[in-house]
Design a protein around this ligand. Structure first.
Ligand code: PHE
Length: 452
């Protein structure tokens, strides 16, 4: 077998994989898409897609990485199974393109978070006459400042990934993720005591299906894939660093489960503040950045809580950026024979150039709009709602049809136990029938909505 880096411990893998899943998608995107799409029914659908499509697909991605010990493109070309059927690797290339584009806009939004950390240190959230929304409104029109902040984020990410799987990725995740969990629990308890809490809980957990539109269904699917980091190859890369003895279903359930619980917790943290402060729940991408500073102005110890929140948001953004970045580095190292530092440099350079587009989306490019949506949102929609389902479908079909049955079966805990065999068969029929059929139907619905 080829030599390859590996996670040092299971805990390290968990923290890195959960770090990849829990990111801006979970803490920033989930609340705002839920707000825009009307709450409860959307949340329910999102949970359904995570369980029915995301979880089986996550097992596929980790499995593909673990068995081939390659990146997303290399895994599709893995010789022992399929000879040289090159056509599959187009799915891989699509995943690489999606990763570059998402990394670039992710970098810009992570830059926003750095800005909020600095504002927190300067005490801006607790100034008596500070208006909710001022900080973000002023930031999104300042392109150069966003480029500067994004560069800082890229330098931090690059220097961590360049240090390798164990010394960079694993070490960072082991420190930051537990801190993030503790801060979130604290914020959750605080939000539950706000006057807007009952209305928020009703909004989040009472499904009103009349509010569900066709595009909300597509959004729920796209978000379920995005939040589990599926369709980019990041989880394939992380799977390729797993040791042979690790069994997959339990790892996937834990990663998907914790990510979903944290997304719901984020909803329970944000929406009581939204309703207490009277901010419009359908605000869109600025939602989190508008509501959170409000709470810090009114809290005892608001200065410290505010700072802690944005530091924690930054850890989440960083660990996800690292995963996206690593998927690309693995590709350049395996397929293009670059050394890790060179590969990190290339990813960083390309992402920087692409990030300029997002950074100027609120200023120089602000007239590029489709309806209500600005450039940043358009990029987000194209990648998440259109590309991710296609790449995920490719990965699932490949695992279902090309990976030999006995090889797949071995990845499930114990071949002699009845429960495990049943689990394996359920997963297999999901990836052979249910998931591909659902993905194709939803894709067609999307085409119909977009073009008719
Ligand atoms: N899952 C991350 C989030 O929710 C996004 C991400 C996608 C991270 C792909 C890594 C790879 O923010």
């Amino acid at each position: 077998m080829r030599q390859r880096a590996a996670f040092q411990s299971r805990f390290g893998f968990y923290m890195a994989a959960i770090g990849s899943a829990v990111g801006l998608g979970t803490l920033w995107r989930f609340p705002y898409v839920t707000g825009v799409n009307g709450g409860g029914a959307f949340v329910l659908l999102y949970i359904f897609f995570v369980a029915a499509i995301g979880l089986p697909a996550l097992i596929c991605e980790l499995m593909l990485g673990k068995l081939t010990r390659f990146n997303i493109v290399g895994a599709f070309k893995y010789k022992p199974w399929v000879g040289t059927e090159k056509k599959w690797s187009w799915f891989g290339l699509l995943g690489i393109i999606a990763s570059f584009v998402v990394l670039s806009y992710y970098t810009v939004v992570s830059g926003w978070v750095i800005h909020f950390v600095i504002q927190g240190i300067m005490g801006r959230f607790t100034e008596p006459n500070s208006q909710p929304g001022n900080i973000i409104d002023q930031l999104t029109v300042r392109g150069y400042l966003q480029v500067l902040l994004a560069s800082v984020h890229l330098i931090i990410t690059t220097s961590i990934v360049a240090r390798g799987v164990q010394n960079g990725i694993e070490k960072t995740s082991r420190i930051f993720m537990p801190i993030l969990f503790v801060i979130m629990i604290f914020l959750l308890v605080h939000s539950l005591f706000l006057p807007g809490a009952p209305e928020a809980l009703r909004f989040l957990f009472y499904p009103d299906f009349a509010k569900l539109t066709g595009s909300a269904v597509i959004e729920a699917l796209g978000h379920a894939l995005f939040t589990l980091s599926l369709g980019f190859g990041a989880m394939i890369a992380y799977g390729s660093y797993l040791r042979a003895e690790v069994k997959l279903p339990s790892e996937a359930v834990l990663v998907a489960g914790i990510d979903t619980v944290l997304a719901l917790c984020t909803g329970v943290i944000i929406f009581p503040i939204v309703f207490t402060a009277g901010v419009d729940s359908g605000t869109g991408p600025a939602l989190l950045f508008k509501t959170m500073p409000v709470i810090f102005g009114t809290l005892p110890l608001g200065y410290w809580v505010g700072l802690a929140f944005f530091v924690c948001l930054y850890f989440a953004a960083l660990s996800s950026s690292i995963a996206l970045f690593e998927g690309l580095v693995a590709y350049l190292m395996d397929q293009r024979n670059l050394k890790r530092p060179q590969a990190a440099g290339v990813v960083s350079g390309v992402s920087f150039i692409l990030a300029l587009i997002s950074a100027f989306s609120g200023s120089s490019f602000k007239n590029i709009r489709i309806g209500e949506r600005g450039l940043l949102e358009i990029i987000d929609q194209v990648i998440i709602n259109w590309m991710l389902p296609v790449v995920t479908l490719g990965i699932i079909l490949f695992v279902a049809t090309k990976v030999p049955e006995d090889v797949k079966k071995k990845e499930f805990v114990d071949e002699t136990s009845l429960v495990t065999v049943r689990l394996y068969l359920t997963w297999l029929s999901a990836v052979k029938y249910l998931v591909p059929v659902l993905l194709v139907i939803l894709f067609l619905v999307q085409v119909i909505i977009a073009f008719l």
